[in-house]
Structures are given as C-alpha cells and as structure tokens.
Ligand binder design. Structure first.
Ligand SMILES: [Zn+2]
Ligand SMILES: [Zn+2]
Length: 394
C-alpha cells in the first residue's frame, strides 16, 4: 500500500505504521518502535527494540517476551508526544491492559483499537469509545449472526452445568484461552459450588491479574486435591490440555466444555470433541462492533482481521468510507493457548511466525449471514473452511 500523506496509519509488510511518528502498532515483524495494544501473542511479538504498552500489560508482556524487553508503559488517558504525534491509550475491554491507541497529528485523530469487546466483564477496564476521524476496527466476529448472550445469562448456564456435574460426582473441565478468558471465567463463576483447579499454563496469568487488583477466587493445582474434591471441581485448562495425561486424573467420567464465540456455530462443539459449548468471547459481537464504530463518530473505517469483506461492504452501504487493512493477526478466540511460550535466548535466531492454523488442523465453521439473535448453534453444521492465514498458535 502506498503511503498517502494524509494517512496517519498505513499498512506495511511489518505491520500498521505511523509515518509521521515513525513507529508501528502491533507489528508482526521486528521493528524499532512498537506500540502494543495487548499481550496476546499475535499482537505482541518478539524482537522489537522498544515496546510501549499499557501499565497492566507489563506483566503478561514480560512473562511472554522476557523480563528484559525495553518496555515503556502508560496509564489510560496519559498523553505522550513522539515526533509531533500525540499518543494516548484508552480501554479496549478485551483483556487486562488492552488498549486502543489514539493518535493525533496535524488536526487529524486516528484510533487503532486492536482487539476489543464492548460488554464490561469485571476483569479489565471497560471499553471506552474515543471520538476520531478514522477508526481501525477488528472484525473477528463481523457477521450479523454473532450475538453473545448477556454475561449474567452465560454465567448462570456455566454455574448450573458445574453444579449438576458436582452433584453427580463428576469433574467439570472447562477449556478456554489461558489469557483473558480463563480469568474472566474464574472471576464470574460461583466459587461456592466446589474447588477450582487450574492448569499450569493458566496460573501465571492469574498471578498477573491478582497483582493488578482483579478479584479471582482461590485456585489449586490438581495435585493439591484428593479424589473426592476433584470429583466436585471446576477445572480450567487450555485446549492444548485436551487428551493429555494431566487430564486423566479427573477421571473417565469427567465432563468437558469449551468456552468460545465460535461455539455459536453448530458443529464446532462436535468438531472440538467436547460435551458442551459455552458462547463466550473477548471480542465484540456484531451489535458490539456496530455500536463501537458508531460511537467513534468516524467517517473513515479501516477493517482488520476477521470477516473483513463483509464488514467493509456493510459499512460502505451505511455511507462510510470503509477499507480493508491487510494484517497478520490471529484468532485468539480459537487459537490454542499453551501460553506463555518461552522467550528466546538473547542470541537465538528469532523463530518464524506460524503460518496459518491449517498446519495444526484447527478448523472453523463458516456461519450463515444474517441469522437471528438466538444463543443456539446456527450455521452450516457440516461445512467448514481452513483459516486462510495469520493464525498464530501461541
Ligand atoms: Zn487479543
Ligand atoms: Zn486480534
């Protein structure tokens, strides 16, 4: 893409680039200066000389990328100026520390939102719309069929499922993304039902949330509980734990479930080989995307990762100047979550990013467009497509 002098942010092979300020936002190739919207591995990558992120992202970034990265942090609303560009971070409501990046230069305001969710969940600062001329939005769930159940409904369902399993003496294994989703589940469940066991990939992230002041119930390692306690337990684990020896200790009659926005699509639960699916996402659903875009007042929209052509066409029909931005961000609602990955040794050659989810066999159903608002599974149950590109498997 050729840089236009009026563009505050352009798409470059390395990532989203601000020519006036000479820095990148969530670049996927190593650069000198990187502004990081949040700590998910496809947005916060290895190898940048300087990192700038929200204060609450420091814990996850240092855990994933190494303690010694050159990291400057900002609080929400704090303004810095770099090469005449005024930069500030604003809550994105996605995971702890997630931020929209507001840039102001020459009388123009652009906002790059990274990943965002409009419903507050109690584990991170809720999304705040920021007025701007140009808004860069994700589109992970950018189809009208995607509408999430209200958080209270979701947790009533999860608690009822856990309570029923516990009363039958069966462990409840809840598979989910280890950073963000796991802590949201811990924060939202009724911890009086039974003990809570977490996988080793989840607990270090719990520690980061607790250090930031987010209330999470007590959590245990599986080895800390006896058999009777395990049979009443809720077990929070990444999808990568499925079928591992670690899982065997919960017994053959343990019940499992997967929490993801993709559980809205019929066929995905079966494809995942789990007993139950809970529709839960850290991304905006279709109404959330619509309300967020509208609240910015922006006339120019740039759409990244997800259902890009659909959202671009829809916004264009609404009279907005909408265009696609080519990016290499993944899908953290489905990607496996054996985080944190070990940081490379300082002298090591930087590993190439994983090209696509196809190699891992992860598949995603193609939902129907224009569907209703039910929380029931919808779409073509038997049709699926490989994720085309950009899936990072942390
Ligand atoms: Zn994310
Ligand atoms: Zn993303």
């Amino acid at each position: 893409m050729v840089a236009n002098a009026s563009e505050l942010i352009v798409a470059r092979p390395e990532g989203l680039y601000c020519p006036a300020g000479d820095f990148y936002i969530d670049p996927w190739r190593p650069v000198d200066r990187a502004v990081i919207t949040h700590g998910h591995s496809d947005h916060a990558r290895w190898g940048h000389a300087h990192y700038l992120a929200h204060t609450h992202s420091a814990g996850t970034l240092r855990q994933r990328l190494g303690a010694h990265i050159a990291l400057q942090t900002l609080d929400y609303g704090e303004v810095i100026e770099h090469h005449g560009v005024r930069l500030s971070l604003h809550p994105a409501g996605h995971v702890l520390g997630s931020a929209q990046v507001r840039l102001e230069h020459g009388g123009r305001v652009w906002v790059a939102s990274g990943d965002y969710k409009t419903e507050a969940d109690g584990t991170c600062a809720p999304f705040e719309p920021v007025r701007c001329d140009t808004f860069i939005t994700e589109s992970t769930f950018g189809l009208p069929v995607y509408r999430w159940p209200a958080q209270a409904v979701l947790f009533a369902d999860i608690n009822a499922w856990w309570r029923r399993n516990a009363s039958e003496g069966r462990a409840s294994v809840l598979l989910c993304y280890a950073f963000g989703k796991a802590q949201r589940l811990l924060h939202g469940v009724d911890a009086s039902i039974g003990p809570i066991v977490v996988h080793g990939a989840v607990e270090p992230l719990n520690a980061v949330y607790r250090a930031a002041g987010v209330a999470l119930p007590p959590t245990h390692r599986a080895t800390e509980l006896d058999k009777a306690a395990l049979q009443r337990a809720l077990v929070i684990a990444p999808l990568s734990a499925q079928g591992t020896p670690w899982m065997k200790r919960f017994g053959a009659d343990a019940v499992d479930a997967f929490a993801s926005g993709w559980m809205l699509v019929r066929g995905n639960r079966r494809r995942r080989g789990v007993d139950q699916g809970f529709v839960m996402s850290d991304h905006a659903d279709w109404p959330g995307l619509m309300s967020a875009i509208k609240a910015t007042g922006a006339e120019h929209i740039r759409v990244t990762h997800g259902s890009v052509p659909v959202l671009v066409r829809w916004l264009t029909e609404q009279g907005l100047d909408a265009q696609a931005f080519e990016t290499e961000y993944g899908d953290d609602d489905v990607a496996d979550a054996a985080e944190p990955a070990p940081p490379p040794a300082p002298t090591a050659v930087r590993p190439e990013p994983v090209e696509g989810l196809a190699a891992t066999g992860l598949r995603q159903a193609q939902p129907e467009q224009g569907g209703g608002s039910s929380t029931q599974a919808q779409g073509h149950g038997s049709e699926s497509r490989e994720l085309a590109k950009g899936g990072d498997t942390p």
